[in-house]
Design a protein around this ligand. Structure first.
Ligand code: MN
Ligand code: MN
Length: 313
C-alpha cells in the first residue's frame, strides 16, 4: 500500500479531525510521496470579485465527502498513489510578483522531488507561476477549462493578473502551444477578435461552450485528447467554466455554461494523457451559499488524481 493515504471514514467520522484534502495527512516531508494537494490562497490578481484566498480552505472542507473508490474510472486512487495535503503556499497578500516567486519556489520543490502537484487556488493568475515551475518538463501542453481566454496582453496597463496569465506563459516559452487548448469559452466580449486572436496570434486552439455542448462532453474530451497527444500536460480548471447555477462561488460568472456533470465528464474523459500537474482555481466561498462550488471543485480534483492513478496502475 502507498505510504500516505486518507483517514478511514468508517473508523472515524469524516467530519472529525483537522481539515485536509480528502482527509489526507498534512505532511511536508516529500519522501515516499507521489502527489501533493497544495493550497494557493492567492487572490490579488482578480479583476472583479475578490475572496479566492479562502478557496483552498473551502475545497478542503468539501473534500471530506470524497470516498476511496472512483466508479466512473474504475480506480481506487489512494491504493495506487501516496497522496498528502502539503498545506498552503505562503503567498504575499497584495503583491503579485513576490507571490509568484513563492508559488514557483514551492511548486518547483514538489517537481524536483518527483511529486505531482495538484494545486487548489486562488485566482487564475497563479497558473503562470505553476507553469514556470514546470520548466524541468520542457514546454508543457496546457488544457485550460475556462469561460474566458485569460490571454489579454494587459489590464489597466498591468501585465500580471488573472486575465493575462496564458499570454505571459506563452511569451515566456513554458507552453507547448501546438498541443494546447482552451475549452468552454463563452460570455459577452469586447470584440469577436477576443477569441479569434488565440488562433491567429497565439496559435492556441479552442472550443467554445456552444461547441462543447453541441458535440457533447465525451466528444469534447476526445477532441482535447487528440490535441495534446502524448505530450506532458498541465490541466488548469477555472471553476467559472461551469454554469453559475452549479458553481456560483466564483469571481467572474458567465451564465449558460456546461453543467457540473458535463464538466466532470470532460475531465474524466481525459484518460491516457501524460499529466504532470493540475490546478483548480477561482473558487470564492463568500459567493457559494450551499458550498456547491467547493463540492464540485473537490470532486474535480478527485477526478484529476484518479487520472494519474489510472495511468500508473
Ligand atoms: Mn481563468
Ligand atoms: Mn474564467
Amino acid at each position: 500500500m502507498p505510504r500516505y493515504g486518507p483517514a478511514d471514514s468508517l473508523k472515524s467520522p469524516r467530519f472529525t479531525g483537522p481539515s485536509t484534502f480528502a482527509r489526507l495527512p498534512h505532511v511536508t516531508d516529500l519522501e515516499g510521496v507521489d502527489l501533493a494537494v497544495t493550497g494557493v490562497p492567492f487572490d490579488t490578481g482578480v479583476s472583479y470579485r475578490v475572496g479566492g484566498r479562502f478557496g483552498p480552505a473551502a475545497v478542503r472542507e468539501a473534500s471530506m465527502m470524497l470516498r476511496p473508490y472512483n466508479p466512473n474510472l474504475g480506480v481506487a486512487p489512494f491504493e495506487v498513489l501516496s497522496c498528502i495535503d502539503y498545506g498552503d503556499i505562503a503567498i504575499v497578500p497584495g503583491y503579485i510578483e513576490p507571490s509568484y516567486a513563492a508559488i514557483e519556489a514551492a511548486v518547483s520543490g514538489l517537481v524536483a522531488a518527483g511529486v505531482v502537484p495538484l494545486l487548489i487556488g486562488g485566482d487564475h493568475a497563479c497558473t503562470l507561476a505553476h507553469l514556470r515551475a514546470m520548466r524541468s518538463h520542457g514546454k508543457v501542453a496546457v488544457i485550460d477549462f475556462d469561460a474566458h481566454t485569460d490571454a489579454w496582453d494587459s489590464y489597466f496597463g498591468q501585465k500580471y493578473n488573472h486575465g493575462t496569465w496564458m499570454r505571459r506563459a506563452i511569451e515566456e516559452g513554458v507552453v507547448d502551444v501546438d498541443h494546447s487548448i482552451e475549452v468552454g469559452l463563452r460570455g459577452t466580449l469586447y470584440d469577436q477578435s477576443d477569441w479569434t486572436v488565440l488562433r491567429t496570434e497565439l496559435g492556441l486552439e479552442y472550443l467554445t461552450t456552444e461547441e462543447t455542448l453541441g458535440i457533447g462532453a465525451a466528444s469534447a474530451a476526445a477532441r482535447i485528447r487528440e490535441r495534446v497527444g502524448d505530450r506532458p500536460t498541465w490541466l488548469t480548471l477555472d471553476i467559472d467554466v461551469t454554469d453559475p447555477g452549479f458553481a456560483p462561488g466564483t469571481g467572474t460568472p458567465e451564465p449558460g455554461g456546461p453543467s457540473a456533470h458535463d464538466v466532470l465528464t470532460m475531465v474524466r474523459g481525459l484518460t491516457g494523457v501524460d499529466f504532470v500537474g493540475f490546478d483548480v482555481v477561482e473558487v470564492i466561498p463568500a459567493y457559494d451559499p450551499a458550498g456547491q462550488t467547493a463540492f464540485l471543485a473537490a470532486n474535480l480534483a478527485y477526478e484529476m488524481l484518479s487520472l494519474i492513478a489510472l495511468r500508473r496502475r
